[in-house]
Ligand binder design. Structure first.
Ligand code: AMP
Ligand code: MG
Length: 326
């Protein structure tokens, strides 16, 4: 079985083509970026309309298949930005109707976890999902994917992007701050906000701007913010590991590309006798392959999304998803 998965929760328009034998035939994407300023949702949606046909053609070429060879169409149904989700859903419905193939709507966050277990030896991990809009600690417990901890305000990626935008570094800012951080020398004390199992970045962002205005070097701020924010994330992730009595941590989401976060996660896991799993960057960032693989999992276990039920779900939570594939 071949599934074509469409990802459009935010800045990325991605198409992945994956087989039920776990083979990724293609994973092509085109992401909306800016040189200065942040992401404007309407503009990101327009970007997706502009690139969708091109990305589809590239994915089919890479996979060396024709559209008629596709058995199943999956798309990210939520959570995400309405302007962006709508384009993907529309594109997916059109393809499914044209090809007369089944359609399946996917929860984006769960797809990050499933592609991680497909690509690594991880079997039942706690996922530290760190992306632009989402920051969540997710694990399978009591027949559902549950959120054990999350951000109370902005996602870690949005936090990094906001500070980078403030420094006029452009979007996405995470990689740029990471380069700056390598030149940082001094650890500056910053607000560390963990509340129970949740984290918060709003105060940290304000504090960083104030410190920058006071003349503290941006390299030192970038270095210190990574050390502080990542320690917050790993504290919560570690507590989830202990609470669920699980022995595997999986990193996912665009911020999981960060090598310092990976290093700190490995240290934490080593100290508590757990295993840390990471995937290649193309599967960390938003991508179509994970949507395609999740499509295969759900369709193979009897799920299908009828056109009338294929409306987007911008606020969908992981524990609302019926898990039939485990
Ligand atoms: P996603 O929404 O999962 O595609 O992730 C996008 C987010 O990942 C953006 O906020 C980026 O700034 C962030 N990001 C990408 N690469 C890195 C990196 N190396 N370090 C930190 N953040 C990153
Ligand atoms: Mg994501």
């Amino acid at each position: 079985m071949i599934c074509l998965g469409i990802e459009t929760t935010a800045h990325t328009f991605g198409i992945g083509i994956v087989t039920d034998k776990k083979k990724v035939l293609a994973n092509i994407k085109d992401s909306y970026t800016t040189k200065k300023g942040g992401m404007i949702p309407v503009k990101a949606g327009e970007h997706h309309v502009e690139v969708c046909d091109k990305v589809l053609a590239q994915a089919l070429e890479k996979a060396n298949i024709k559209l008629k060879d596709v058995d199943l169409i999956s798309f990210s149904q939520g959570p995400g930005m309405g302007h962006c989700l709508r384009i993907g859903a529309f594109f997916a419905r059109s393809l499914a109707l044209k090809l007369k193939k089944p359609l399946i709507g996917i929860n984006h966050c769960i797809a990050h976890l499933s592609i991680g277990t497909m690509l690594t030896q991880a079997k039942d991990p706690v996922l530290l999902y760190v992306s632009g809009a989402n920051t969540q600690v997710i694990a399978y417990e009591g027949k559902k994917y549950r959120i054990f901890g999350e951000t109370l305000d902005i996602g870690i990626g949005n936090f990094l992007d906001s500070f980078a935008r403030y420094l006029e570094l452009g979007f996405p800012g995470g990689p740029k701050l990471s380069q700056l951080a390598e030149k940082g020398e001094k650890m500056i004390e910053l607000p560390y906000t963990v509340k129970g199992m949740d984290v918060s970045f709003g105060g940290l962002l304000t504090n960083l701007k104030q410190k920058h205005q006071q003349g503290i070097k941006k390299e030192d701020l970038a270095y210190s913010l990574q050390e502080t924010a990542f320690a917050m994330l790993l504290e919560v992730a570690e507590r989830a590991l202990a609470h669920c009595n699980k022995k595997e941590l999986l990193l996912g989401g665009g911020v999981a590309c960060n090598t310092r976060l990976q290093e700190m996660a490995k240290e934490m896991c080593k100290a508590r006798g757990a295993k840390c799993f990471t995937v290649a960057n193309e599967f960390n960032v938003d991508n179509g392959a994970m949507i395609a693989w999740q499509g295969i999992l759900q369709y193979s276990s009897g799920q299908e999304t009828k056109i009338k039920d294929s409306n987007i779900l911008p606020y969908e939570r992981t524990d609302q998803v019926k898990v039939t594939w485990i």
